[in-house]
Design a protein around this ligand. Structure first.
Ligand SMILES: *[C@@H]1O[C@H](CO)[C@@H](O)[C@H](O)[C@H]1NC(C)=O
Ligand SMILES: *[C@@H]1O[C@H](CO)[C@@H](O)[C@H](O)[C@H]1NC(C)=O
Ligand SMILES: *[C@@H]1O[C@H](CO)[C@@H](O)[C@H](O)[C@H]1NC(C)=O
Ligand SMILES: *[C@@H]1O[C@H](CO)[C@@H](O)[C@H](O)[C@H]1NC(C)=O
Length: 504
């Protein structure tokens, strides 16, 4: 009898205790980031991390075994209040570790002195994790460490990628609910000029339809982004002329023959003038006309900069504060001259180059680090049976551009009050600023902040024009295609000011 009552009592106590814990948890939701995703040690780095790093997979389709890989860095400032930012590299087919290793990640990677050993990792003072919680996502499946057990998933396109990334976000925020109330932004560069608006549009549709969890989406950033075949395709000739790469005569001739349409040449005369334009610029580094380029069969031979047609005062524009050299050649991340993205299959660079062995020495640091078994284990990447090797850009997916022009997306998003920053490294010839400047202007929004220089560290860092509906266009002076790689301080400034809603 005594026994029974005491056991009842202990049940009651237990019940009370559990209820109290439940009530406590509902009022004070504990940090619930999955502890299995926590990174405890980063090979190549010997210091103490200033904030928590997490990484792992989110399964977005159970039946196919389709899994997207992310690397998440808590803000080094105030994680509970700072925005959450998703970062996407382009390609299509390129891993967002490009951003992590070469652009705005927490570390600068110093190549190993001896072959076979790991790069050394140093703090990057301009890491975007200083002011934001940032998610690097490998997307779509088949890219970077993301994979699917059903290979039919590797046939994909803009719309499926956007819908998959949206599923990823909903599941990610379920795993990290403590970040749901933070302002949320989507960012990316190059072909992510397509990913960012299409994903933003999915997110907004989800919010409007009450899809749970409700994301606190605020806006987006696009750097040297692919947007519209006509605007992007017509941007090269004016860029080449403005930069002094083609003569006034040729500019006038090509204009006359083509009538301003350089994307789909209307006649042979136009075509032959465009070939002349190409002859003048084809030996330049497409990602940054100020940088030297590797050519010919002897890929290791660097053309001396004294051969450059670009004067040295002009070249100095491209000097960077980054302690390590920027890549001179970035295989696989965009297209050769005058091959803007059109509807349909987007060829990968290996296909376009029609070459079996495109040298790619400059991506060695990322490739050696991310393919080291110890590193892969430390960051929870799948084993080699699922992801045989990490590649900066893969040709293993078949990707269709099926969302058309992004202009209608930008119109819808900005009209709804979402903030947009469209920025361009102004010496990129791959997605030249002239195209982004023209399409932002074409929206017909009222200018609310007239073209003016903007500054960083007391120097003119580029130019900006602000439009109504919180749309801002901005250039970064002397920068190539991947702005934070060339101009880390300026990129950090534009990023943190935009997130904070401060004037640029
Ligand atoms: C991977 O890195 C570890 C050091 O963390 C090193 O001991 C090992 O040799 C590396 N493996 C290869 C194949 O380079
Ligand atoms: C892979 O996905 C396709 C398309 O959904 C499906 O038809 C096929 O049965 C799947 N294959 C396997 C092995 O599950
Ligand atoms: C833009 O908004 C209109 C009106 O809500 C809608 O019909 C259209 O599908 C949207 N377009 C895109 C690309 O989101
Ligand atoms: C611009 O953004 C600010 C800050 O987020 C917001 O308060 C304002 O309503 C936006 N303006 C427009 C026209 O959407």
């Amino acid at each position: 009898m005594d026994r029974t009552s005491s056991s009842l009592d202990s049940h009651r106590v237990l019940y009370l205790l559990l209820s109290l814990i439940y009530v406590f948890l509902s009022f004070f939701p504990a940090q619930s980031a999955p502890q299995s995703a926590l990174i405890t040690q980063i090979p190549g780095f010997s210091g103490t991390l200033p904030s928590k790093h997490y990484s792992g997979y989110v399964t977005i389709d159970q039946s196919h075994g389709r899994n997207l890989f992310y690397y998440f860095i808590e803000s080094e400032r105030k994680p509970s209040e700072d925005p959450v930012v998703l970062w996407l590299n382009g390609g299509p087919g390129c891993s967002s570790f490009d951003g992590f290793v070469y652009e705005h990640g927490p570390f600068n990677f110093e190549a190993a002195k001896t072959k076979g050993s790991l790069p050394q990792l140093h703090f990057n003072p301009y890491s975007w994790s200083k002011v934001s919680n940032i998610i690097y996502l490998d997307s779509p499946a088949g890219v970077g460490f993301s994979y699917s057990e059903n290979k039919t998933d590797y046939y994909t396109g803009d719309l499926k990628t956007a819908s998959d990334s949206h599923t990823f976000l909903l599941k990610w925020f379920e795993l990290y609910p403590e970040y749901l109330s933070n302002p949320f932004f989507i960012s990316g560069e190059s072909y992510a000029g397509i990913y960012v608006p299409t994903l933003s549009s999915e997110v907004v549709k989800g919010i409007d339809a009450g899809v749970k969890p409700i994301l606190n989406f605020k806006g987006y950033l696009v750097g040297n982004g692919v947007t519209d075949d006509k605007f992007d395709g017509n941007a090269l000739v004016p860029f080449a002329h403005g930069m002094g790469l083609i003569s006034d005569d040729l500019y006038e001739e090509v204009n006359k023959e083509c009538g301003g349409n350089y994307v789909y040449p209307v006649n042979d005369a136009c075509g032959s003038k465009l070939e002349k334009v190409d002859k003048n610029i084809e030996e330049l580094n497409i990602y940054d006309i100020l940088e030297p380029c590797y050519h010919g069969t002897d890929s290791m031979k660097i053309k001396t900069t004294t051969n450059s047609r670009v004067p040295s005062s002009f070249r100095r524009l491209g000097e960077t504060e980054r302690p390590l050299a920027v890549r001179k050649r970035m295989f696989g991340r965009a297209w050769p001259l005058r091959a803007p993205v059109r509807d349909g299959i987007v060829p990968t660079w290996p296909e376009l180059m029609n070459s079996e062995d495109v040298p790619c020495t400059d991506d060695e640091v990322a490739t050696s680090w991310l393919n080291n078994e110890t590193v892969r284990k430390a960051i929870h990447a799948a084993g080699e049976s699922l992801v045989p090797s990490w590649e900066l850009c893969t040709s293993g997916i078949r990707f269709t551009h099926d969302a058309g022009s992004m202009i209608k997306y930008h119109k819808n998003l900005t009209a709804k009050g979402y903030r947009a920053l469209i920025y361009s490294g102004d010496h990129d010839m791959c997605v030249p600023f002239t195209g982004s400047e023209a399409w932002t202007r074409s929206l017909g929004y009222k200018v609310v902040d007239e073209w003016r220089p903007w500054t960083s560290n007391g120097q003119v860092a580029g130019y900006t024009q602000g439009y109504e509906n919180n749309l801002t266009f901005l250039t970064v002076k002397g920068s190539g295609h991947t702005v934070p790689e060339y101009k880390p301080r300026e990129a950090f400034d534009l990023f943190s000011r935009f997130l904070a809603g401060q004037p640029l």
